[in-house]
Design a protein around this ligand. Structure first.
Ligand code: SF4
Length: 581
């Protein structure tokens, strides 16, 4: 008789999934479908047998940070000894929050114990109760759909991920988007449901309950909080337009606070790597027309950027006839859907990307590697890959969060950039980051051109400075250093580790967002905003740093303004309170 173990010690990874994106946009973060998509742990079947559980069993996941109960499911993509929870409030109850002086918590490879449990999965109301808040059901509204003429809008930009697909067709009746042509599942979910689960009125929370207030009163309350704060954090900015971000930078400077964007928890290491060694970039258009060798490193576009392969990699270009003329190599720790679409999958040992990149650089330089394998990859494969890369007419490395978040983080990216530099002695090779939120590249760029730094910018001394691990938002929150926060178009309460959210829940938070989020639920002041790409326009940057105009097709709901206008009014109020003319 086999006696099941009591528990397993596993390494927990987090990441994006298609279901997470679709459920979040279609039904919202407070829906059962979002909980189904995110409150789950994926395990290797053999590991599940060891503790006597099957698909759908309830387990307790325990780390040094906390405990969460989720349902377990078997996954062929998860290795023995590992576990996977999609990014979100459940994963964040247990992830390792340490940033190792880089600003980014350890979303990969948190040591956890997993054991069978009884009862129900941890619910979102339980998580919110931990932060002293509740689900704001009574304040969730849909924009009223009204009948009207049928119209078609061509060449629309998708406001979901960094690809910013700019060829979509919206078919509209009245103020309803009935059809989105050319968009992927995430895009269709967001756009067809733009009107659902909206914040429609300004609110102030007192004694745990929201009360509706006129916009002017909400702005006055927000300005009072910010102007009386000693060291406020202004966070988010990756899901709004550049014009609003520029105003946010001015506000942060006047307040002598910190402005930070979501790069800090995704591609911050890419920015830091580029600051150390420069970069080698091109646009996606050049890749489509010229690249005959494509490396996807730690990136899984079928889950995160669904149009990436069909539009840029598998399509016909001017000098590349199509899919058969390109070699696609996926380098990752697990065989992802992207790996199954590639010509070759190279499996790297978890956390060993840096070693493999260094070995590839040695092979490119014809240096001897005195080991049979590096990071789990045989030496013969490494030399062959290096040879193929040198022989390519035009090569590109797309780097994802599987390499920015793991092991050496920014050192991985430095080394990848150096690999591209080395290869440029032989041929043309570029590196492009697979940025997540649709304008996270824009927020990095606006921060850069206004302050010289891409994220985590502190104005407390009257001039901008950035010290990763010191002026970055997860660290500032976990150390309890900021005393107020303005959150724009972002949901840090759903995406930062528990310890950071605990501090956020203790300080006055102002949230500006079109839709309800966990952060809005824990906020003191909630200000509704128009949705960029549907109700508000502006400038946004694609992941390859190409600026695009994003258009609006409907006005925001009555009484609701776009981010830029709200921020301008807030800036004027704060200036008046701080004595600026
Ligand atoms: S790939 Fe990204 S930008 Fe393109 S349609 Fe899908 S979600 Fe939108």
């Amino acid at each position: 008789m086999i006696i099941a173990k009591q528990s397993l010690s596993l390494l927990l990874n987090t990441g994006r999934t298609i279901k997470q994106g679709i459920s979040m946009e279609a039904e919202g973060k407070f829906s059962p479908s979002y909980a189904d998509a995110v409150a789950r742990i994926e395990l290797n079947e053999e590991d599940m047998k060891e503790i006597g559980i099957s698909d759908g069993s309830l387990v307790e996941v325990i780390s040094e940070e906390g405990v969460v109960r989720v349902k377990a499911f078997k996954s062929k993509e998860v290795e023995r000894g590992h576990a996977y929870i999609p990014m979100g409030p459940w994963a964040n109850m247990v992830v390792d929050p340490r940033t190792m002086s880089l600003g980014m918590p350890n979303y990969k490879y948190t040591r956890v114990e997993v054991r069978p449990a009884e009862g129900e999965p941890t619910s979102l109301p339980e998580i919110l109760a931990h932060y002293g808040a509740s689900v704001p059901t009574e304040w969730m509204e849909d924009v009223k759909l009204v009948e009207g003429p049928q119209r078609t809008y061509e060449n629309m930009v998708c406001p979901f991920c960094g690809e910013l697909c700019d060829y979509l067709k919206f078919e509209v009746v009245g103020n309803e988007i009935r059809k989105v042509v050319g968009g992927c599942a995430n895009s269709v979910s967001k756009l067809r449901n733009y009107h659902r689960h909206r914040i429609m009125r300004p609110l102030i929370r007192e004694d745990g309950r929201f009360r509706e207030v006129p916009l002017e009163e909400a702005l006055e309350a927000a300005a009072d909080i910010l102007a009386s704060s000693k060291y406020p954090l202004l966070f988010g900015w990756s899901s709004t337009a550049n014009e609003a971000i520029r105003t946010g930078v001015e506000l942060a400077e006047i307040l002598r606070g910190v402005i930070d964007n979501t790069s800090v928890i995704c591609h911050g290491p890419t920015a830091l790597g580029a600051q150390e060694v420069g970069t080698a970039r091109s646009t996606l258009g050049v890749v489509r027309h010229k690249a005959d060798y494509v490396v996807m490193w730690g990136s899984n576009p079928p889950a995160s950027h669904q149009n990436h392969f069909p539009l840029w990699i598998f399509s016909k270009g001017r000098w590349v006839k199509g899919r058969k003329d390109r070699k696609v190599v996926v380098i990752d720790v697990r065989e992802t859907p992207a790996a199954r679409l590639a010509d070759e999958f190279v499996k790297v040992e978890p956390g060993k990307d840096y070693e493999l990149i260094t070995a590839l650089r040695m092979a490119v330089k014809d240096l001897d590697i005195e080991l049979p394998s590096v990071a789990g990859v045989p030496i013969d494969t490494i030399y062959r890959l290096a040879d193929e890369m040198r022989s390519a007419r035009y090569g590109v490395i797309f780097e994802g969060m599987g390499v920015t978040m793991t092991g050496a983080k920014h050192r991985n990216i430095e080394e990848l950039i150096k690999l591209a530099h080395d290869l440029n002695e032989w041929t043309r090779f570029v590196l492009i980051p697979m940025r997540g939120h649709y304008n996270v590249t824009g927020s990095d760029n606006v921060f850069l051109w206004t302050t010289g730094y891409p994220f985590g910018i502190d104005f407390s001394r009257g001039y901008p400075r950035m010290i990763p691990g010191v002026t970055t938002s997860p660290d500032l929150l976990m150390r309890g250093e900021v005393d107020a926060a303005l959150i724009v178009a972002s949901d840090p309460a759903a995406h930062l580790p528990k310890r950071a959210v605990e501090h956020l829940s203790r300080i006055p938070v102002i949230t500006m967002d079109p839709k309800w989020s966990l952060t809005a639920a824990i906020s003191k002041v909630v200000i509704p905003t128009g949705m960029v790409g549907v109700e508000c326009g502006g400038t946004v940057y694609r992941l390859d740093e190409v600026p695009l105009r994003i258009r609006s097709i409907f006005p925001p709901p009555p009484g609701v303004l776009c981010d830029e206008e709200i921020l301008r009014r807030l800036l004027d109020m704060v200036k008046a309170r701080r004595g600026y003319s």
